[in-house]
Design a protein around this ligand. Structure first.
Ligand SMILES: Cc1cc2nc3c(=O)[nH]c(=O)nc-3n(C[C@H](O)[C@H](O)[C@H](O)COP(=O)(O)O)c2cc1C
Length: 345
């Protein structure tokens, strides 16, 4: 049984699935359903070019991106650009976190920092970035540099640096500006970012590393770590491994949340039992739900499983805060741009 009263069950939902891919009303209804079920976040998965990504993921541990799926399911070949969709969803929801996949391979750190900072402002602090990287060792180093630059750009301004003071004519306080001048192995980036610090400081970082290098990357930057493990013992091992690696990096293991996949089927009681067992057995801090059919099985989960979890005292009945970070119980990062500037990393 859990001895840590601060531990709270997290719930996320993958929203790619059957039907309605280019139907905004479908996504809006689904997001509101998940919010009614007090989900922490919904995720929009992504692939830049379907054929390419399908090939890349042929040997991957996840089946979501296989070539076969891309041929048979429209959701793999046709979809909204995730950040555009999430910006729109932020207007029809109030509390649910909005996370999108963006790869470090096909983007530039400045654009990623800017887009997620914008989503965080538009949504009032509900943005999350699922960092997808290639399995190659070199690309892990590149991704590490990428994420460091993105964080430095988010820290371009102190939280209170942008004053917009009409009377004095001052837009920002120069003392609060930390322009990252980055010259690294893979990127040269000159800041500052052209938007003030995101409400969350940094949007929440999600990661799904499972290989050796993937796990190392996940515990360096990830705040929620997805895992596909379906067997309790293996999930407990993964959980313990991630927490130990996080501690080894000098991070508080409580701030690196492990979320295995859950595909709900069977009776609501069985599903709730599974969640309760895994949560208490420290195989999971939360779950990312892969619904078999949308929106139907998400609605069933919210109407029948969520009330059971709430009755058992496992799940919130109201959101704790207004930002994704607050709801996940994660700390708000302090500005650290100076460090990057000074060390020239
Ligand atoms: C829940 C979940 C969501 C994922 N979403 C994406 C995605 O949107 N796009 C993508 O290219 N890969 C996605 N992946 C694949 C992972 O980024 C990663 O490649 C995989 O977990 C293998 O980990 P490794 O890099 O440590 O081998 C996802 C994986 C999981 C478990």
């Amino acid at each position: 049984m859990t001895t840590d009263p601060a531990r709270r069950l997290g719930l996320g939902a993958l929203v790619h699935g059957s039907g309605g891919q280019l139907d905004f009303a479908f996504h809006a209804d689904l997001a509101r359903t998940l919010e009614r079920g007090r989900f922490d976040a919904l995720f929009v998965a992504d692939a830049d070019a379907d054929a390419v990504t399908a090939q890349e993921h042929e040997h991957s541990s996840t089946e979501h991106f296989s070539t076969e799926h891309s041929r048979t399911e429209p959701s793999r070949t046709e979809r909204f650009e995730p950040l555009t969709l999430l910006a729109a969803l932020s207007l029809v929801t109030e509390r649910i976190g909005l996370a999108a996949t963006a790869a470090t391979t096909y983007n530039h750190p400045f654009h990623i920092a800017r887009k997620f900072a914008s989503l965080d402002h538009i949504s009032g602090g509900r943005a999350g970035w699922n960092v997808v990287i290639s399995e190659h060792e070199l690309l892990h180093r590149q991704s590490d540099e990428f994420v460091q630059v993105v964080k430095a750009l988010w820290d371009s301004f102190d939280d209170d640096a942008v004053v917009r003071d009409k009377e004095s004519g001052r837009y920002y306080d120069p003392a609060g500006l930390h322009t990252p001048h980055h010259r690294g192995e893979h990127f040269t980036v000159r800041g500052p970012l052209n938007i003030s610090r995101p409400p969350q400081g940094h949007p929440v970082i999600f990661q799904a590393g499972s290989s050796e290098t993937g796990r190392e990357f996940a515990v360096r930057h990830g705040e929620v770590v997805f895992v596909e493990e379906q067997e309790l013992g293996a999930a407990q091992d993964f959980y313990a491994d991630i927490k130990a690696r996080a501690a080894g990096q000098g991070r508080d293991p409580a701030h690196v949340l492990v979320w295995p996949r859950l595909t709900p089927y069977g009776s609501p009681e069985r599903i709730a039992d599974h969640i309760e067992t895994w949560f208490h057995a420290r195989a999971a801090d939360g779950f990312h739900l892969a619904f078999l059919e949308l929106p139907g099985s998400a609605e069933e989960f919210v109407d029948h499983v969520v009330p059971l979890l709430q009755r058992r005292g496992l799940l919130r009945t109201e959101y704790e805060g207004t930002t994704l970070r607050e709801n996940l119980g994660l700390p708000r990062p302090a500005v650290r741009a100076r460090h990057l500037q000074e060390t020239g990393r």
